[in-house]
Design a protein around this ligand. Structure first.
Ligand SMILES: *Cc1c(COP(=O)(O)O)cnc(C)c1O
Length: 407
């Protein structure tokens, strides 16, 4: 019951063996796709096989790269709910606006999906030491899954990474280091340690399997929408695995003949103008993004000034008829509060960027009123106390309560 055929460089197409440890393509230093024997899959895996399987990402096992299920490292990666947000929709005059709430996953972000697969595969390949540079949530997720697997973990993060991310890595036993630089500097440290310390590099897209975990977002939402994909998907983009993984999922589902219509969603890559390399490259019509100078945003997951999978993101956005755009950093706190106050969903600052993009997408004709629009809440607002300003009134018990002020 294992259908991986090979790994394939996303840029030059070079093939690699999937049963040995691989990072980037040796020839062009770009990411590798995991390829499946789709014909074999079609014979052995049908939608009907899903009935009765537990509601976790592992229900799509045949479309995942783990060979032996005893290697699965899991904290129960639950299927995340899709919630309709009618009040926000009405404010924009939209008919169908939904949020897929990834904050329910272990460690409070969708990074759990990628790390569940990356660490399971690392275990299967006999790896015992893993390392990652992180803007925040990837470190927390890797630390948790490495702990679950009994692996040694090393995490490198910019020193101004949200405090919760620093602490969750430490709590999960990862050797955690603060770096006075950006995630790209952290990536360089992991690259060097890989050679001298024998770590396996679990950086975004520098190993082939995190993307397979992110792919489950696409498989899952397709099943939730009864195999008729939404018209538009808004995704906050940092390294891009989420968007790339979903697009890969739609391609595989189409090849398997599982989709009821060949119409795929417009993929909208959303960034803050504090760090917008992909939006900038999209606007210029370029396939590769230039490093973004002085990257700064409270949406820490989007603080990726240079992404190795830049062309994969841009290719997917363009193939889908979507756009990549940046919205003002200053609008993030307002949207976090507005969505949570209107709908009770505590969205992360990254997702606030997507809400902030809605009006422009409507004005530009990218989104139509009748479209089914899905926004990803990639993480829990509770992980970002720094991004939430709450100057609350106080009640002083040494004085009579001023009931007039309580309204
Ligand atoms: C990492 C992260 C992102 C960006 O996701 P990519 O798939 O790397 O583009 C968005 N939101 C949150 C909360 C994240 O942790």
């Amino acid at each position: 019951m294992h259908f991986v055929s090979h790994l394939e460089c996303a840029l030059c197409g070079q093939h690699y063996n999937a049963s040995t440890v691989q990072n980037l393509c040796g020839a062009c230093q770009r990411p590798l796709w995991v390829r499946y024997d789709i014909e074999g899959l079609k014979k052995k895996f049908s939608k009907r096989a899903l009935f009765g399987r537990p509601p976790t990402i592992w229900r799509y096992l045949e479309l995942l790269p783990v060979q032996d299920t005893s290697n699965i490292v899991s904290l129960t990666e639950t299927i995340t709910p899709i919630l309709e947000v009618g009040r926000i929709a009405a404010a924009f005059g939209l008919d169908h606006l939904y949020v897929k709430d990834e904050s329910r996953l272990p460690t409070g972000s969708f990074k759990a999906r990628g790390m569940a697969l990356a660490i399971s595969k690392a275990k299967e390949l006999g790896i015992t030491k893993v390392a990652v540079p992180t803007a925040g949530n990837a470190g927390g997720a890797m630390a948790a899954y490495a702990a679950r697997a009994g692996m040694e973990a090393f995490v490198f993060m910019p020193e101004d990474t949200p405090a919760i991310n620093q602490k969750e890595c430490h709590l999960a036993g990862a050797k955690t280091f603060l770096v006075n630089g950006l995630i790209t500097d952290c990536g360089r440290i992991v690259g060097e340690g890989k050679k001298t310390k024998g770590w396996f590099d679990v950086s975004t897209l520098k190993e082939p399997y995190r993307i397979e975990g992110k792919k489950t977002m696409g498989l899952e939402l397709a099943e939730q929408f009864e195999w008729k994909l939404p018209d538009v998907i808004l995704y906050p983009t940092g390294g891009g695995t989420g968007l790339i993984g979903m697009w890969k999922a739609f391609g595989e589902l189409e090849a398997m003949g599982w989709l009821k219509s060949s119409k795929k969603p417009k993929m909208i890559s959303c960034q803050s103008d504090g760090c917008a390399p992909i939006a900038t490259a999209f606007a210029k019509g370029e396939r590769f993004a230039k490093p973004f100078e002085n990257a700064a945003t409270i949406a820490s997951g989007l603080r990726v000034p240079a992404a190795v999978g830049d062309f994969m993101i841009l290719d997917a956005v363009r193939a889908s008829g979507g756009v990549a755009l940046a919205t003002p950093e200053s609008e993030i706190p307002g949207w976090m509060r507005r969505v949570c106050a209107a709908e009770g969903i505590a969205i992360c600052p990254e997702t606030a960027v997507c809400f902030s993009a809605l009006q422009r997408l409507i004005d530009d004709g990218v989104i139509r009123r009748s479209d089914r629009i899905l926004i990803f809440n990639t993480g829990a607002a509770q992980k970002y106390p720094e991004a939430i300003a709450a100057d609350l009134p106080r009640i002083d018990l040494s004085k009579p309560i001023d009931w007039g002020a309580i309204c």
